[in-house]
Design a protein around this ligand. Structure first.
Ligand code: CA
Length: 373
């Protein structure tokens, strides 16, 4: 339909339009493209996998079927942690994942998913779209022939599932914990052993005792994997992931071969996917939290302030060392930390101030419970 509109509009002019000229180089008018999207999530996994499906469907609908995208779950075309390479070499034109999974290739990528004590979803979007973040991200992936787009955000995550209480930082010592990204490095400094596992392997690892504790996302996704069946305590807050951006990776060469309107459709579809994912997680996390507590007797616990303080100290050491050893990370960290400082001052008197005016009826120790509890 969009193409029909453009054709009709350009038909009103006697002279060839710029649109007609630019599409001559990149695809023929009406040309159809069939793309593949690989993901790091199990096929159709609630919220993450389904968001990849929805994004592909939106692109196809918006393009009137000219850009069809077939979505592959983790392991269907390539392994969950092979998405980046698959898009880089063009095995798939698109990938749906989280940037911290690529720390082994490009360490600074971690800033574009979520870093410990970093930015909330709202703040991440501010940095990416209007604070110079997205330009830095694109510069970082450019050598790999990949263009990244923000394509979702889970909001603030949970601190994770444990089978023993974490009353002091010493309680983390010796635990084997699944945690990706810089959060994992911070835990290592606190004496834990950390591993990264794709989502689909977490439950079995936790249940079998291969790992002692894990984080995944939040109530909605954690309930879907049944993590409450393998651990007793559910800790908050997700200090390691205050607002995790989900990325769409696009192969640069394939993108360049698209006409301008299809390129724009990808940009607009990812922006709406970003909004939709955060909206979905916000609504469904609240509902799933109630289910976990009321139906599954999950014990909700807050990390003690002293534990968070120590983790925050270690985080600064991790940032400083990363910036020292990697000039690209140093550049990203400069932009990130300058923006963070500014947005913290603004949010202290806006978001944070308004949240402080609405304490839950029952205290400081967790979410509202029903009155008779
Ligand atoms: Ca996580």
């Amino acid at each position: 339909m969009l193409l029909g509109l453009i054709t009709a509009l350009s038909g009103c002019s006697d002279q060839p339009t710029e649109t007609a000229d630019s599409t001559a180089d990149a695809g023929q008018p009406g040309q159809q493209f069939e793309w593949k999207m690989v993901t790091t999530w199990p096929k159709n996994f609630p919220g993450l996998g389904t968001s990849a499906n929805d994004l592909a469907a939106a692109i196809e609908a918006m393009s009137g079927g000219r850009l069809k995208v077939k979505v592959y779950g983790a392991g269907e075309l390539v392994g969950p942690f092979e998405s980046f390479d698959a898009v880089s070499r063009g095995t798939a034109q698109m990938g749906h994942s989280g940037a911290y999974y690529w720390k082994g290739k490009v360490e600074a990528a971690q800033f574009f998913s979520s870093v410990p004590f970093g930015l909330t979803a709202q703040e991440m979007n501010g940095w990416l779209y209007f604070g110079g973040g997205l330009e830095l991200w694109r510069e970082l992936y450019e050598p790999f022939g990949i263009i990244p787009f923000p394509a979702g955000n889970t909001g603030t995550q949970m601190g994770g599932w444990f089978n023993k209480p974490i009353d002091s930082i010493a309680d983390l010592k010796g635990l084997k914990i699944r945690m990706p990204g810089l959060g994992g490095e911070v835990l290592t400094r606190a004496g834990a052993t950390t591993v990264n596992l794709p989502g689909g392997e977490i439950f079995t690892a936790l249940q079998s005792g291969a790992i002692d504790a894990t984080e995944w996302v939040g109530p909605y996704n954690d309930l879907a994997f049944g993590l409450h069946k393998a651990a007793r305590y559910y800790y908050y807050p997700g200090w390691h992931e205050p607002g995790s951006t989900i990325e769409l990776l696009v192969n640069q060469e394939a993108y360049n071969a698209l006409p301008a309107d299809l390129q724009e459709i990808i940009a607009q579809a990812t922006t709406q996917a970003n909004l939709r994912m955060l909206s979905e997680f916000t609504a469904r996390n609240s509902a799933a939290l109630a289910t976990l507590i009321d139906d599954h007797d999950v014990e909700l616990r807050a990390f003690p302030p002293a534990v968070l303080e120590e983790l925050q100290k270690q985080t600064q050491v991790v940032f400083d060392e990363l910036a020292d050893r990697d000039p690209k990370a140093a550049k990203v960290y400069r932009s990130f930390s300058q923006y963070r400082r500014q947005v913290m001052e603004w949010h202290a008197i806006s978001e944070q101030a308004i949240l402080a005016t609405r304490p839950l009826p029952e205290s400081n120790s967790g979410p509202a419970r029903s009155p008779n509890e």
